[in-house]
Unconditional design. Sequence first.
Length: 359
Amino acid sequence: MATLQDMLSVDAFEAAAAGRLGKVAHDYYRSGAWGERTVRENVEAWSRLWLRPRCMVDVSVRDASVDLLGVRSPSPLLVAPTALHRMAHDEGEVATARAAGVCGIPMVLSSLSTCTIESVASATTAPLWMQIYISQDRGFTRALAQRAEAAGCRALMVTVDTPVWGVRERDIHNGFRVPDGMRMANLERPGQPTGHTGRGIGESLGWTIDASLTWKDLEMLRGAVKVPVLVKGVLRGDDAAKAIEHGAAGVVVSNHGGRQLDGAIATATALPDVVQAVAGRVPVIVDGGIRRGTDMLRALAMGATAVQVGRPVLWGLAVGGSEGVERVLRTLMEEFSLAMALAGCAKVADIRADLLQRD
């Protein structure tokens, strides 16, 4: 049996995880909306950006660190918010947080976590942020945001691409719902649905979102907490500009991993327009299809401040728990450092648009 050290890439972890996870969990993690075109395009779009390395540059010492909301991070990498980690490992998000802490990498906790905010916060020494949906119960949303702040979360990341849930056909076929013995640890309300009934996320967790979401709700959330609030799910420059106008402290270029609108453009395609609109006013983070350190290099060359990865973390968690997640994160960090060297970049500021050549 292969050891963690034998797994040299995210792809190796993905293949191994398929054999460790049951069908329902595996399909939930990998599924996209409808025909899953956007899921595939997220990965493929990065590969169409070719690299033009510089030569004869002293890269014997490299600095891959970046500033994220006033905190220096050793790499432009975050753990993206993903749901239901206990389907991959008994320790769930606590194991993921422990690995993020060992690597010094910020983790964004999903509001659909199977572990409490407080237990996850106590498991990591790295910055913890929290992803949040604006639900039909605005009072509950405000209370959850304040609970996250009180637990030590240094930022909130509000998802803005889910007025309704995308149709994930794998989950409907599998009758997906929150598994027995697990709980939506931070979303429980007396007398309200717990996600243990229904078929597919639209039925089991429909109450956690709201189709009436507007920019005024971002202002409401900002007013409820003192920590920075970022918006996740932006694919257009004009929306990025609106987010900043309404007080967003950062913009996350994301299409929800291809799980919402199938046919939405890949994040690698959307990134330049958003970067141009933001014009350096706030950090720009991008996720979706990032599987190599070279993808991280491409994202930063297009102007991203950092990237975040979701599914690769889940594959590591399924294969090796906290150690598996750590191995995935370190693999990406090491690949990024090597990609910097091979591209002739000694520091992140050297990563510029002239490194890229499109097909």
